[in-house]
Design a protein around this ligand. Structure first.
Ligand SMILES: [Zn+2]
Length: 471
């Protein structure tokens, strides 16, 4: 399987437009950590990939947390009594503090103000605010809207319900030859926010579609879950499946124009960390590898003590480091079709590494074998002759049973795909054979003996300027 090469043979711009269209279709839905918005979202994902949805009752204990009541909303506004709406949920679902308790009252501006949130530094933008675990109601509005409010009574209405119901999440499971799993997780709980939410959701859906109906080495499990509580709920209900996760990626914020950031797993030297760093190094875009920190997205749960899974997080601009984060400016203009497509290509490249990385043995040691007489001293046309021959020599020299193809790719500085193609040619030429026990059913497929060394590191915490983590 060579997903990245397959994508390169297609029109990436048109794939980007499809990804963007899917994000745009999902954009208007008012999502939250529970309720009909996430159900509607999962129903749209189900039209593209085989997705099983799960409903977990409110009140269920999940580790140290409890599944909250289900929230649904129909309408909300602030208006001059008997007059026009001055803040209208129908114009933007960000106008309501997400998870607001219902309210219908007429109150003076002075009292209303303690329930209003705006961004004085960006007076045209509406902030995105939530209050999942602290019962409260409120409105988010642009600072210009706030300043325009007159000192008078206003009618406020939030037509929401917060009742016993369910937490909903979706799983797409693609079986492979091994029951060892690759986890791809994205959050699906933000309302009309494009990069932080929909970019990851769209790319995860398309990656699952690319992988489906293929002969896979690993089994793949895609999770579409509400942030934090969804990951905690899933882990609490799936301890056995979690033990089978060998590699994992949280996908989020991968549609903006920024370069890539990969945040390493807590272990920091696992195969997914090395695969992601390697693919990013060769992807042709700016990229940076960040050390793990207990801030950020659901990698916090997957990498918590007890689980400590090999799960990293792939982003473009790091959450909290760009002003549009958690505001109405994270809209459909903030994400770009080609950026989504290139993010999908990087994910495909990482999957290629996981699927094809293994150890081989050189069947003709004691000096170099003569490549010419085996027709291996010429190009197959894919790359320059120099690169192809060089890759074959690297693979032959380092295939001593110890080094994996990823090790060799790192040593040589050549892309994994080039090394993997060289191994295939050498196998066909009878010079190389795969070591049977180097596959994923091994108890510990993570090699810790080689660390990615060239990419610069800094912590995601520093990059995010210490804004609060996603919850
Ligand atoms: Zn967020």
């Amino acid at each position: 399987m060579r997903l990245e090469q397959e994508l390169d043979g297609k029109d990436l711009a048109s794939i980007g437009r499809e990804l963007y269209r899917f994000a745009a279709d999902l954009y208007p839905i008012c999502r939250s950590i529970t309720g009909n918005g996430i159900r509607q979202t999962l129903a749209m994902v189900t039209q593209r990939i085989p997705l099983q949805t799960f409903e977990v009752p409110s009140g269920t204990s999940v580790f140290d947390w409890t599944v909250p009541k289900e929230w649904n909303i129909r309408d909300a506004y602030i208006r001059i009594p008997g007059g026009k709406r001055v803040v209208d949920f129908q114009q933007s679902n960000l106008h309501v503090l997400n998870y607001s308790t219902p309210v219908h009252a007429t109150i003076p501006l002075a009292e209303l103000k303690s329930h209003l949130f705006s961004l004085p530094d960006h007076p045209d933008w509406i902030p995105y605010r939530t209050s999942y675990y602290q019962p409260n109601w409120g409105f988010c509005l642009s600072h210009h809207q706030l300043q325009a409010l007159e000192d008078r009574d206003y009618e406020v209405c939030i037509d929401s319900t917060l009742e016993d119901g369910h937490l909903t999440y979706g799983e797409c499971y693609l079986p492979g030859r091994s029951s060892d799993e690759v986890l791809i997780s994205c959050h699906a709980c933000h309302p009309s926010l494009a990069n932080d939410n929909l970019s990851g959701l769209a790319v995860a859906t398309f990656l699952a579609h690319l992988l489906s109906d293929r002969e896979l080495r690993y089994s793949y499990r895609f999770l579409f879950i509400p942030g934090t509580i969804g990951a905690i709920t899933w882990l609490s209900r799936n301890r056995e499946s979690a033990e089978r996760i060998r590699h994992g990626l949280v996908l989020t914020g991968i549609g903006d124009k920024g370069g890539f950031h990969y945040k390493k797993s807590r272990r920091g030297d696992t195969d997914i960390d090395r695969a992601a760093a390697h693919v990013l190094k060769h992807c042709g875009e700016a990229s940076e590898v960040l050390d793990f920190s207990p801030y950020g997205y659901d990698e916090r749960q997957y990498c918590s003590p007890g689980f400590n899974l090999a799960v990293g997080c792939l982003m473009r601009s790091v959450w909290g480091s760009f002003p549009e984060y958690h505001t109405s400016a994270d809209n459909l203009d903030f994400i770009q079709p080609m950026q989504l497509a290139r993010s999908l290509r990087v994910c495909a490249g990482i999957a290629d590494v996981l699927e094809n990385n293994q150890r081989y043995r050189n069947l003709s040691p004691y000096c170099e074998p003569q490549l010419g007489k085996r027709n291996l001293y010429r190009s197959t046309g894919g790359e320059s002759i120099g690169t192809e021959i060089s890759a074959r020599l690297w693979v032959l020299n380092f295939s001593d049973g110890e080094n994996s193809l990823l090790d060799i790719a790192e040593h040589s500085g050549l892309p994994f795909t080039t090394i993997s193609n060289a191994a295939e040619s050498l196998c066909q030429g009878g010079l190389l054979s795969a070591i049977a026990d180097s596959g994923p059913s091994e108890a510990a497929p993570d090699s810790s003996s080689h660390r990615e060394g060239s990419a610069s590191c800094r912590t995601a915490q520093a990059a995010a300027k210490l804004v609060g983590p996603e919850n």
